[in-house]
Design a protein. Structure first.
Ligand code: UDP
Ligand code: MG
Length: 316
């Protein structure tokens, strides 16, 4: 591939008014240094602050394009909206809060072109997040490795490079509850990863409260495997057999020790009952998550709706 391949940066933006200018100021020198055609696609994911008007002002730079979505669809849907207008041969995603240093972009491109890779992932060294987030990520990465059967070590870092065909295959999927890094690995033949730095969020707060985080991780698991459903089945079998054995042993104990002994066991039984009822609700919850996702797919509502595109060759 020619060293002049165009690069598209796709950046989802949700309430990042304080970071946008700094972001562009840091990206430009890096891209200019690389000396090849590029575009910066910023997708406003229905921000409630001033992000969109700041973004519109940034379109004075000819490389900047802004996609305004109708409402907040979530980070991954926003990236898809960016993918849909990206023209580059190499498409790189990164976060708007400067946690992914733009200075790492040349390294990603170099790795991709040197090794003829389709997807270059990243591993965050010295991650600047809360202990809770880091521990949660460790668990998620482990699960993701199991279900995708790909040994990527860090799935959460969005600073990643994809070749155009991989992105086109992803767009063709039209999936709602999906997780881009995992989907890309599914469609890429040669996949690798490099180490990158990770910074603290420049300004503002994370847009991922626990609820959104759990939802996203469930998207990752549910869109690539029926593992939770299987776990339910096997868990159910184990629990049921355990219950039967327990019942038998209680009956035997009653025969051996008499009715007096059995009455004393009544609270234990209640406790066990609660555990089973709890597990049952948990099981229904998992089923519900899958059914909810199936329902969303069946409705065939668009994953995102673009309100307007601003920038050089756009309609405005
Ligand atoms: N983001 C988005 N839509 C959302 C939530 C987040 O486009 O509904 C963007 C956000 O602006 C940022 C990136 O996704 O560019 C990652 O979000 P954040 O930094 O809040 O997540 P964290 O780094 O805490 O995982
Ligand atoms: Mg962040």
């Amino acid at each position: 591939m020619s060293s002049q391949a165009m690069i598209s940066l796709v950046i989802p933006v949700y309430n990042e008014e304080e970071n946008l200018r700094l972001l562009i100021e840091r990206i430009h020198p890096v891209m200019q240094q690389m000396n090849r055609p590029y575009e910066i696609i910023l997708v406003d994911d229905g921000s409630k602050d001033n992000s969109l008007s700041i973004l519109k002002n940034l379109t004075v730079w000819p490389e900047v394009k802004v996609v305004a979505l109708v409402r907040n669809y979530g980070q991954h849907a926003a990236i898809f909206a960016g993918f849909s207008i990206a023209k580059g041969e190499i498409i790189i995603t990164l976060d708007a809060d400067l946690q992914n240093p733009p200075e790492e972009i040349p390294g990603l491109v170099l790795k991709m072109e040197d090794g003829e890779y389709d997807v270059v992932g990243t591993i965050r060294t010295q991650r600047q997040d809360s202990i809770f987030r880091i521990m949660a990520s460790k668990l998620i990465n482990m699960v993701a490795r199991k279900i995708t059967k790909v040994g990527m070590s860090d799935w959460g870092c969005m600073l990643r490079a994809y070749r155009r065909p991989v992105v086109e295959r992803m767009i063709a999927c039209h999936e709602h509850s999906t997780f881009i890094p995992a989907l890309a690995v599914y469609f890429g033949k040669h996949v690798t990863e490099i180490k990158v730095a990770h910074d603290e969020r420049a300004r503002g707060l994370s847009n991922y409260p626990l609820r959104k985080l759990i939802n996203l991780q469930f998207d990752l698991v549910s869109s690539f495997s029926d593992l939770p459903l299987k776990a339910l089945l096997y868990g159910g079998i184990v629990m049921a057999s355990g219950g039967i054995l327990f019942g038998i042993s209680l009956a035997v104990a009653r025969l051996v020790y008499g009715a007096h002994w059995a009455a004393q066991g009544i609270f234990t039984l209640f406790a066990i009952l609660f555990v089973f009822v709890g597990l049952q609700f948990f099981a229904f919850g998992i089923l519900g998550e899958y059914i909810g996702r199936i329902y969303r797919e069946v409705r065939k509502r668009p994953e995102y709706v673009i309100d307007k595109v601003y920038g050089s060759d756009a309609s405005e």
